[in-house]
Design a binder for this molecule. Structure first.
Ligand code: GAL
Length: 822
């Protein structure tokens, strides 16, 4: 050996210093590689998660041979996930989901994908995770059956390791999604693999992601403590080390610790001094990184979590507090579709919805009535929105013929566990709801089921209250409340009963888990009635009997479903009661399905504060004036009427004693809100021209807004929104609003026209909409008629190279819109 060493030194001397250095470097690299390879033999590489959404093929048909690995799917349609096949159709009266389900088709479809796994990944664990597929989903890998999943709103996954082929040999995955038996959901569900799919590679030894529970038992301005509980899968004999590192938002390490671990259970804490707390105004997040290393320092596994230090508390008298400070929950219920995208999840589309809500002043959302995409919770963590996270819309007793009641008995415990484990590490989640308007609240079976499910939740997460959204306001008849297992009780509607609730349900904190159900079509104004109109009027009618022939509902806040009330009334009733922790308005956005008060062709809901396309209805500004500190002044309606009309003019405003209305420069008097009315109002004989509202604070004019009578439509005005909704996801979208305006740029509402959207460059139109609830053109069409002068196009950039262009054609000519680089 020493002889070899001596010869080498002599040889190097003959080469000179520079070459010697090069050779020494090469030897070092070689040794390094050898070491890594050697360690690799022992532990493989650390965790790697890859996007598995590209390269699928789809067929809307059902044959068992599709599961076979050697089946040729070359004629199938190439698709990129997330994918919702229902949304691709035009609306129709005869689909089995009915208009309550969105008047779109279901069926059974198959997805297939072939892929390779490198030889070097041999020995590693590989699992596939589906964010969600609707509905019954069965998966085969290389012909092996992996299982069937029945809850269309929950995530699920399988270990692929035992069945994989490596290197040149191809793997084939086949997924059958059966959404043929309908109706099976309230409301539109979508069909197919409608959320993200990922492949995760880990070492044989790894942390169980679902078993990892990260809490913040101390969250004060002086100190934050993070507690991590997790399980190590397949540990070897020797000890391993767990490194915990906490990074602040600038990427600086603010706390660090290494612990020695033996066995499978890990339970560690780490402190952060003077943490910036997470709240709705400043959603400060830290990043906790968990790194498992072998005794020799080789990386075995790595996981990261977003941490928000915050405390939550519900009080019987005082409502909700966040970080020890009272905070009224200002929430909206959101259903899971994303308008023109249907159920196909897209992070930028979800961010758009959440930011529109946040701009309105909402600080919370209720995921009504199902577990959301986990990316939605990521967004709520980042944006500072509290989440009321809901598991079920029914238990054993059905709401629709083929819904989850069929699977409840067999799966409800495991599904609930999977739901809690999946979502419990999100700081935004503040409440677990085990159900919405569950029928078992009316009979004694509700007691045992409530106890059983509350216990399941508590066992997996003792840091958040468990609740349910109830309708029965008499304790004696409410068996869910009688179980005495819930920490917070939610009540839907029935504001007339609010004052009796603290006595009936003594000792339990309360919230208004669902309110309002006002009905509106954007920019439609019918003459006002003195009292609120209920459409339909009572439980005797399925539909409104004296509705509008064009299936619209007036956007003055004075029409509601008979079980609901106006937006103003509902908010006023919650606002004045401190014992109610907050409000969840039904709903933030219109959604597909449940088009009360009309039959088909109505196919999407009228309940939203914002329409399906994302355009706010007027009442949006009522909330903004009440829920934010921004200077708000909004006047309705538009100013295009006929001579002789007397028009009701309303103004929403805040931070002022009163507002004054001017028509063509002439004052029509000052008006103000009252304790029982959250808008100012006037009756105005129409005269074409300019309607102006001026807002006065301390007697001084501080803000004004105008509506002008429009001339003939002369051009299309387009606005591209994307920057604020970017998420970094390669599938981020552009949202283009097109508005008809006259020569002077005044919006034209009475001259709707067909638009045709085409693209150039690496982009495509993925959806169009106008917010009209009875428009029957499918939402993925490139043709869309404006509604009240507006339409939306949603465009996806296919790749990030080159410029994308969107062209909009109408009888007014063509408008070219350059899409900014992502
Ligand atoms: C509630 C129900 C919601 C929705 C709403 C419409 O009772 O929880 O799912 O149907 O009514 O007003």
């Amino acid at each position: 050996m020493s002889m070899i060493f001596f010869r080498c030194v002599c040889f190097l001397r003959t080469l000179g210093a520079q070459r010697t250095a090069t050779i020494v470097r090469a030897v070092k690299v070689f040794c390094g590689l050898f070491l890594i390879a050697h360690i690799g033999c022992v532990y493989g590489q650390s965790r790697k998660t890859i996007d598995f959404n590209d390269g699928w093929r789809f067929k809307l048909a059902d044959e068992l041979q599709f599961r076979r690995p050697d089946f040729s799917d070359q004629t199938w349609q190439p698709v990129v996930l997330p994918h919702d096949w229902s949304i691709l159709s035009d609306f129709g009266a005869d689909f089995p989901a009915g208009n309550a389900g969105g008047a779109l088709p279901g069926g059974t479809g198959w997805y297939r994908k072939t892929f390779h796994i490198a030889e070097t990944d041999k020995g590693r664990n590989v699992r596939i995770d589906f964010g969600g597929a609707y509905r019954y989903t069965e998966v085969w890998i290389n012909g092996h059956y992996l299982g069937k999943h029945s809850n269309g709103y929950l995530s699920f996954g399988y270990d692929l390791t035992p069945y994989l082929r490596y290197g040149e040999r191809e793997n084939a995955i086949a997924v059958r999604v059966d959404n043929s038996q309908q109706p099976n959901s309230r409301w539109y569900s979508g069909s197919g693999i409608y959320r993200d799919v990922q492949l995760t590679f880990t070492d044989h030894v790894h942390m169980e992601k679902d078993e990892t529970f990260v809490t913040t038992p101390v969250a004060t301005e002086e100190k934050g403590t993070i507690r991590v509980r997790t399980t190590l899968r397949n540990p070897r004999e020797e000890r391993v080390s767990l490194q915990l590192r906490v990074f602040d938002r600038d990427g600086r390490v603010v706390a660090e610790k290494t612990a020695s671990v033996k066995g499978i259970h890990i339970d560690e804490t780490i402190d952060v001094l003077r943490p910036a707390l997470w709240d709705v105004a400043s959603p400060n997040l830290y990043r906790l990184e968990l790194l498992v290393q072998s005794a020799k320092g080789a990386e075995i596994d790595r996981l990261a979590y977003k941490i928000g230090f915050r405390t939550i508390h519900f009080d019987v008298n005082g409502g909700f507090s966040l970080n020890g400070k009272h905070l009224k929950i200002l929430g909206v219920c959101l259903h899971h579709d994303l308008g023109a995208l249907g159920a196909a999840f897209n992070k930028s589309a979800a961010k758009r919805q959440l930011l529109i809500m946040k701009d309105m002043g909402a600080n919370a959302i209720r995921t009504a009535h199902n577990p959301p995409a986990t990316e939605l919770l990521d967004l709520c963590d980042e944006l500072g929105l509290l989440v009321y996270n809901e598991a079920y819309d029914m238990w054993q007793k059905r709401k629709t013929k083929f819904d989850y009641h069929l699977d409840f008995k067999e799966h409800h415990i495991a599904d609930l566990q999977a739901f809690i484990k999946r979502d419990r590490n999100h700081p935004s989640v503040i409440l677990w709801s085990i159900g919405n308007e569950i029928r078992e609240q009316f009979d004694s079976t509700g007691i045992a089921l409530t106890r059983e499910m509350a216990a399941v939740v508590k066992q997996l997460d003792d840091t958040r209250p468990v609740t349910a959204a109830l309708t029965e306001t008499n304790y004696d008849k409410n068996f869910i409340a009688q179980a005495k297992a819930l920490d917070v009780l939610g009540f839907n509607y029935k504001y007339e009963d609010y004052d009796k609730l603290p006595k009936e349900f003594a000792g339990v904190p309360l919230i208004a888990s669902e309110t309002t159900s006002g009905l509106q079509t954007r920019d439609v104004y019918d003459p006002l009635h003195d009292t609120i109109q209920f459409w339909p009027a009572s439980s005797k009618d399925k539909f409104v009997t004296n509705g509008n022939p064009d299936f619209t509902v007036s956007a003055y806040d004075n029409v509601a479903a008979y079980w609901g009330t106006s937006h103003e009334r509902a908010w006023l009733e919650v606002k004045k009661r401190d014992f109610l922790g907050g409000i969840f308005v039904w709903t933030g956005f219109d959604y597909l399905g449940e088009p009360v008060p009309y039959p088909f062709p109505a196919r999407s809901s009228y309940y939203g504060i914002v329409d399906l396309a994302g355009f706010p209805k007027d009442v949006y500004y009522m909330y903004q004036s009440e829920w934010t500190d921004k200077d708000v002044l909004h006047v309705l309606p538009h100013w295009n009427w006929s001579t002789g009309d007397t028009v009701d003019v309303w103004a929403y405003y805040n931070k002022a004693e009163d507002v004054e209305l001017f028509l063509n420069g002439k004052s029509l008097g000052k008006a103000r809100k009252t304790d029982e009315r959250l808008h100012a109002e006037w009756k105005v004989p129409f005269e074409a021209g300019e309607l102006k509202v001026v807002k006065y604070r301390n007697g001084r004019p501080v803000q004004e807004t105008v509506r002008r009578t429009a001339g003939q439509a002369a051009k299309l005005q387009a606005k591209v929104a994307y920057e604020r909704f970017r998420t970094g996801d390669p599938r981020d979208l552009y949202f283009i609003t097109v508005e008809l305006v006259d020569e002077a740029g005044i919006p034209v509402v009475g001259q709707d026209m067909e638009l045709t959207f085409t693209t150039e460059g690496p982009c495509e139109v993925v959806g169009t909409d106008n917010g009209y609830q009875a428009d029957l053109t499918g939402l993925t069409s490139s043709n869309r008629k404006t509604y009240k002068g507006k339409a939306l196009a949603v465009v996806r950039k296919k790749e990030n190279a080159g410029k994308g262009v969107l062209r909009v054609k109408s009888t007014l000519g063509e408008t070219k819109i350059e899409l900014p680089q992502l």
